[in-house]
Design a binder for this molecule. Structure first.
Ligand SMILES: *Cc1c(COP(=O)(O)O)cnc(C)c1O
Ligand SMILES: [Zn+2]
Length: 404
């Protein structure tokens, strides 16, 4: 069985137990490096990259028992119009909204739920208000397991529907969200619920497949830079792990620069990075439309800041709501790509980085569009840019003619 290592103190921990955090220092655990090998094209995500994953812990030896909803293999598309205008002719987007429940979280959920099932759990849970909740509830249903979703009691009803569709045990909890996160990890093992939260070691393994898939789609090359929206930091930590493992296995000659993008209205990791600190700066008030990139107490913050301090090519840049919304409309209206505001933040950041010369015109840059536009319709509902003209059948030819 593969072992787990603490990302903080590097202590080794028994990999046969369900645990996400180091019993000594409390930092997230991670799976040790994989053996490497071939990529099995055409197979479901976990099987495709089995040689790069903890295959034994995940129980991947039996193909019939490999969980899938068709996650991964998402499009990597050039942004020709936007790229040219902002001076990045080689700007690409990875459309993670094309995953089964509309976000990159599905890559992590499939691995986390597969691991929980391999360990004999009959219930899996998560603490989330959005994409992670619907993703976990979907994979729980697919695996024939009980889903448990703990949300903040103040969650808007509109956000509940896409979670409730899968019928998990859904509980709204009052109180501090950061504490709820840690409480879930404490209660889970006692109650037989495997909580697959943002920094769960197996979720990170699943999410790391995005780095592997980019390498595969770019014909065994990596881009010069990857721009990724950041909240808890779990996704960015997973990408770094994936690229580092490709490097250690000798598949790539350098790591891409990774640029993490929080909302300006809540960026504890970016603020700490600017101060040269390895402790996320606590954030009192969250003010942004992009709630999925605004975690006031990011569980993977220290891990990322420590990696940056010890030389990993990590950078952070926050973007304002105005910058996010400009990118949001450009993506849908000029490129035909509908991404949620939190995802469009990656393109907004690429624009700023091109202006400041951090990203250069000759560089291949991939912006990760983390979630689909239908996951959050707030901008369309509140600003009402939806214009509907009405006319009779008789009037239609004239209306069309004058409009076209
Ligand atoms: C979860 C999520 C993020 C943030 O990912 P973290 O792993 O929490 O940093 C960004 N964008 C979207 C759309 C998400 O659902
Ligand atoms: Zn530790």
């Amino acid at each position: 069985m593969e072992s787990l290592v603490c990302t903080g103190c590097r202590r080794e921990v028994d990999g046969r137990l369900w645990q996400a955090r180091c019993p000594e220092c409390g930092e997230p655990l991670e799976v040790t490096a994989p053996p490497g090998g071939t990529v099995r094209d055409g197979a479901p995500l976990l099987e495709r990259f089995a040689n790069f994953l903890p295959a034994r812990s995940l129980g991947l030896h039996d193909p019939a028992a490999v969980l899938t909803l068709g996650e991964g293999n998402t499009p990597l598309l050039p942004l020709e119009t936007i790229g040219k205008r902002i001076g990045l002719p080689r700007l690409l987007v990875k459309v993670e909204g094309a995953n089964p429940t509309g976000s990159f979280k599905d890559r992590g959920s499939v691995a986390g739920v597969q691991r929980a099932r391999a360990l004999g759990f009959r219930a899996v849970g998560t603490v989330s208000t959005g994409n992670m909740a619907s993703s976990m509830a979907a994979y729980a249903a697919r695996a024939g397991m009980r889903g448990v979703v703990l949300v903040s009691a103040t969650i808007p009803r509109a956000k509940l529907a896409p979670i409730a569709a899968y019928n998990p045990l859904l509980i709204g909890v009052e109180g501090d969200y950061g504490r709820l996160y840690h409480l879930s990890l404490e209660l889970g093992p006692k109650l037989g619920v495997a909580f697959v939260n943002s920094d769960d070691p197996y979720r990170v393994e699943g999410q790391k497949t995005l780095a592997l898939e980019l390498w595969q789609q770019l014909r065994r090359q990596v881009p010069d830079a990857v721009v990724v929206p950041v909240s808890s930091g779990g996704h960015m930590a997973a990408l770094l792990k994936g690229f580092r493992e490709l490097y250690a296995l000798g598949h790539i000659e350098r790591l891409p620069r990774l640029i993490g993008v929080p909302a300006a209205g809540c960026g504890p990791i970016a603020a700490a990075y600017r101060l040269g600190s390895t402790v996320p700066v606590p954030w009192a008030e969250v003010r942004t439309i992009a709630k999925a990139i605004a975690n006031p107490s990011p569980p993977s913050g220290r891990r990322l800041l420590q990696a940056a301090r010890s030389g990993a090519p990590l950078h952070f840049l926050s973007v304002t709501d105005d910058e996010i919304m400009a990118a949001y409309w450009q993506l849908s209206q000029e490129e035909g790509i509908f991404a949620q505001p939190d995802a469009a933040a990656a393109v907004a950041a690429a624009h700023k980085l091109a202006e400041s010369g951090v990203l250069r015109p000759d560089e291949t840059v991939v912006a990760i569009l983390t979630g689909h536009g239908t996951k959050d319709l707030t901008p369309l509902e509140s600003n009402a840019p939806v214009r509907l003209r009405t006319c009779s059948l008789d009037e239609l030819p004239g209306v069309l003619e004058s409009a076209l």
